[in-house]
Structure formats: structure tokens, C-alpha cells
Design a protein around this ligand. Structure first.
Ligand SMILES: Nc1ncnc2c1ncn2[C@@H]1O[C@H](COP(=O)(O)OP(=O)(O)OP(=O)(O)O)[C@@H](O)[C@H]1O
Length: 294
């Protein structure tokens, strides 16, 4: 079986602001079937997404689009191929939904607005309304229609449903799943990743601590941080999950960054674990991954 080439690839990328690195030595491929970046606030998800969009140059390492380094790429073409889907709050409050979508289209293609609105499940009359006259779900659909206007190859979605209530969220996820456009999804919501991404990468303190097929990674985490994230999801009607480790502790500056919060930490964790293969298609940066998996 031939493995399709990744759409985008981060190769040993370190990213930061000024001289401060916040994403460290990350390698990951954006492959077919949807890729999710999971992690708590401040773990570096948006920073990595900005680098994948060509908005932030790596301090070291490289981002590849096919066989081309983003640094040397014709960005006009790239910006059509790889589209961000921002949160609906980014819509211009003075513009109607139709005008917002039309703005993203080349002038001679502006008659495609009704078809694009229909594609994202919006009735034609919505075109004349401004953002405050739309529901949260409708606003998010307008944002998606804008991104689809240039027929992109890949969507980079940053928390596309976090501002929406659960039923609206489910309908937007159905819409995204049915589009057939490749996606890189950034979220702290594991249910969203399960629905839209075949592969998931878990980020902690700017490092990928675990990667693998989403279903297996969530069913049987190989890193204690993935386990903590999974078990922190409140179950409807269930008791709150028991606290694991010290959730308030900052990432450790030396050794494994998760060790001060980790219920499984041992002396060996003072030495930083390298990411390594821990099963088919699975990698984890934890000295105790095999124990956790068994
Ligand atoms: N423009 C900036 N200047 C300086 N530091 C920044 C800037 N943007 C983000 N950071 C820092 O980089 C780190 C990673 O932030 P980032 O926004 O990538 O995290 P995140 O995982 O996307 O978080 P969230 O889920 O809250 O959006 C944080 O420590 C943050 O404070």
C-alpha cells in the first residue's frame, strides 16, 4: 500500500515570539483524513497553526508544502490552497453575509455566493443579513463559506465550534465532515477531534507528547497527559472525574515537562523522554508508555 504524501509537513520546527520559543522541535505531517492538534490553553496549538499558514516563520526547522519549503513558496497560490477558518467573531459587523462571502471571491465569480451559502446549509435570504442578525451557528457557516470560496485543498480550523451550543456544534461538525476538504483542526475538545480527524497529535507545553490514530489514542492513551485530558471530559450525568496529578503545576523546565503534574512520575522522568514508536502508527514521549498501554 502506498502512503499518500502529506499536504503539509513540519520538520523539527521551533517557533516563538521575539526570542522566546513556545513550540519546541515539533515534527508532524498533515495527512489525509483530518489531523487534530489537541492541548490545553497555551500549549502552542495556534502558534503551530500560524506557522502552517505561513504567518509565522520558524526559528529553526522548516514547514513543507509538498516538496517545497514554505519560505521559498509563491504565497499567492498557497493562500488559495490553504485556508484558515477563524472564529465567527472575526466577521466584519458592517458587512452582510453575502458581501462577506463575495469579498473572498474573484470579482468575476461573485455570482457564486448563493451556491456557496447553499453548500454550507444557509438559506438564500441570509445573504442580506449582518452578523448580529444571524445565530452563532449561521455565523460560523458564513465563515466556512468564505473559506470555501477559493476551493482550497486544506482548511486550518482553530476551535471552529467552541462558541456554539452542543446541538449546533454537532450540525457544524456534520457539515465539515461532509465537505471532502482536507483539514487540520485545532481544539481542546476531544469529541470534535474524534468526529473529524483520523490522526491526532497531543501538545503539552509546546511539545508533541503523543501522536497516533485518534480512535486508538483516545481508547488507550500512551501518555499520562492524554489520559488526563481524556478523563477530564465531563460525562453527561456522571460524577466529576477524580483529579489526576497537580493540575496547577507549571511545565517542568528540565526533564519531562509534564512530570510535576504526572501521577506516574518516577526518578527517570528527570531525564527528558524522546518521542518514540510505541505501537503501529503511534508515538509517545513518555518513559512509561509501554506500562500505560499494557
Ligand atoms: N503574539 C504573541 N506574543 C508573545 N507570546 C505569545 C503570542 N501569542 C501566543 N503567545 C504565547 O505562546 C504560547 C502558546 O500560545 P498559543 O496561542 O499558541 O497556545 P494555544 O494552545 O493555541 O492556546 P489557546 O487554546 O488558549 O488558544 C503561550 O504561552 C502564549 O502566551
Amino acid at each position: 500500500m502506498t502512503v499518500p504524501a502529506p499536504v503539509l509537513r513540519a520538520e523539527r520546527v521551533t517557533l516563538g515570539y521575539g526570542r522566546t520559543a513556545v513550540v519546541h522541535d515539533v515534527s508532524l505531517d498533515v495527512t489525509e483524513g483530518g489531523v487534530g492538534l489537541i492541548g490545553e490553553s497555551g500549549s502552542g496549538k495556534t502558534t503551530l497553526a500560524r506557522a502552517f499558514l505561513g504567518l509565522l516563520a520558524p526559528m529553526s526547522g522548516a514547514i513543507w508544502y509538498g516538496d517545497q519549503n514554505l519560505k521559498k513558496l509563491d504565497m499567492r497560490r498557497f493562500r488559495r490552497d490553504v485556508q484558515p477558518v477563524f472564529q465567527a467573531e472575526a466577521l466584519d459587523p458592517r458587512m452582510s453575509a453575502g458581501a462577506s462571502v463575495a469579498e473572498a471571491l474573484p470579482r468575476k465569480e461573485r455570482d457564486r455566493v448563493p451556491a456557496l451559502l447553499e453548500k454550507v446549509g444557509l438559506p438564500a435570504e441570509v445573504a442580506g443579513r449582518r452578523p448580529h442578525q444571524l445565530s452563532g451557528g449561521q455565523r460560523q457557516r458564513v465563515v466556512i463559506a468564505r473559506a470555501l470560496a477559493v476551493s482550497p485543498r486544506l482548511l486550518i480550523l482553530d476551535e471552529p465550534t467552541s462558541a456554539l451550543d452542543v446541538t449546533v456544534q454537532a450540525r457544524i461538525l456534520d457539515l465539515l465532515a461532509g465537505l471532502g476538504t482536507e483539514r487540520l483542526l485545532i481544539t481542546h475538545n476531544l469529541a470534535v477531534v474524534s468526529r473529524l480527524c483520523r490522526t491526532a497529535h497531543v501538545l503539552f507545553a509546546g511539545r508533541v507528547v503523543e501522536s497516533g490514530p485518534t480512535a486508538e489514542l483516545l481508547a488507550r492513551p500512551a501518555h499520562p497527559y492524554t489520559l488526563a485530558l481524556r478523563d477530564a471530559v465531563p460525562k453527561l450525568g456522571g460524577a466529576p472525574p477524580p483529579a489526576r496529578g497537580r493540575t496547577e503545576a507549571r511545565p517542568a523546565a528540565t526533564g519531562c515537562p509534564f512530570r510535576l503534574r504526572c501521577p506516574l512520575a518516577v526518578a527517570a522522568c528527570e531525564r527528558a523522554p524522546e518521542p518514540r514508536e510505541v505501537g503501529e502508527g503511534r508515538r509517545a514521549a513518555c518513559h512509561r508508555a509501554e506500562e500505560l498501554l499494557s
